[in-house]
Structures are given as structure tokens and as C-alpha cells.
Design a protein around this ligand. Structure first.
Ligand code: ZN
Length: 141
């Protein structure tokens, strides 16, 4: 089951400048910055009611974010849906014929298990599924 839009991921050139702009725009400061080394990305999170904005800046020239910006410029990079059981949703989407980038969930920023669905199978939008890592994760792993 998909619960809600958990966050929007936005690709930016410079995380410091984007942080300042979003702080002005939203009237709140970033509550967390996190480096996800395996993906060569620096993230910064803002709360917007029950959803979040995730800024993504590249730390390496050949990371997925730098490739995205080179190709499409700064802007919305992905939509993240919060799901109750990420493994179950991945199975369901695969059986529906979606092209999964991650067939097995991986550890993402902000204490989440995440998996991406390829934009080729979703009319051009990269989709992230995420599930909060918590006490009841044991049930689904
Ligand atoms: Zn995300």
C-alpha cells in the first residue's frame, strides 16, 4: 500500500545556495544534511507539513545527480512514495511490468529503505519507494 508522497527530490548544483533559497521560500531551516557516499550525493531535508523536500547535490562528476543535471538541468529529480512494505510493493510493481532500478531495497538517506523505479516505465518520472526503518521492519525483512 502506498501511504503518501513522502518527499520530492530536487537536484541542485550547490547545496548551500539552495539551502538558503529554500529556507527563505519555506520559512524553515533544513533539519538534516546527510552525505550518501555510495551514491555520491549530499542531501538536505526540509519539512513541509507532512511531506518533505530533499535537495540533492552531487559530490562527484560522474554521479547520477551530476548526469541528471547535465542532461536536464536543475529541478525535480524524483517523487518518493512512502509504502508500508517496500518488498511487497516492489514485487507488485514488477509483476505489473514496471522496470525496477532496484529489485532489492537499499539503505537511503533519512533512515529509509529505498528503491527506484525507472523513468522509462513511468512516463519520464523517476519514482522512489521508501519505507521508514523502524522497529517493525523485522516483519518484512
Ligand atoms: Zn529521495
Amino acid at each position: 500500500m502506498i501511504n503518501k508522497i513522502e518527499h520530492l527530490g530536487i537536484a541542485v548544483h550547490n547545496i548551500e545556495e539552495a539551502n538558503q533559497m529554500y529556507e527563505k521560500l519555506l520559512g524553515v531551516a533544513s533539519y538534516k544534511q546527510e552525505l550518501v557516499e555510495e551514491q555520491g550525493v549530499l542531501t538536505s531535508f526540509f519539512k513541509v507539513g507532512k511531506s518533505k523536500i530533499e535537495l540533492l547535490a552531487s559530490t562527484e562528476d560522474d554521479s547520477p545527480i551530476s548526469k541528471f543535471i547535465a542532461k536536464r538541468g536543475e529541478g525535480i529529480h524524483h517523487i518518493a512514495f512512502e509504502v508500508e512494505d517496500i518488498k511487497k510493493e516492489l514485487k507488485r510493481l514488477q509483476s505489473e511490468g514496471f522496470q525496477l532500478i532496484d529489485k532489492v531495497p537499499k539503505k537511503g538517506a533519512d533512515n529509509k529503505l529505498i528503491a527506484f523505479v525507472h523513468p522509462k516505465s513511468t512516463n519520464g518520472t523517476l519514482i522512489e519507494l521508501c519505507q521508514e526503518i523502524s522497529g517493525n521492519i523485522a516483519k518484512s525483512t
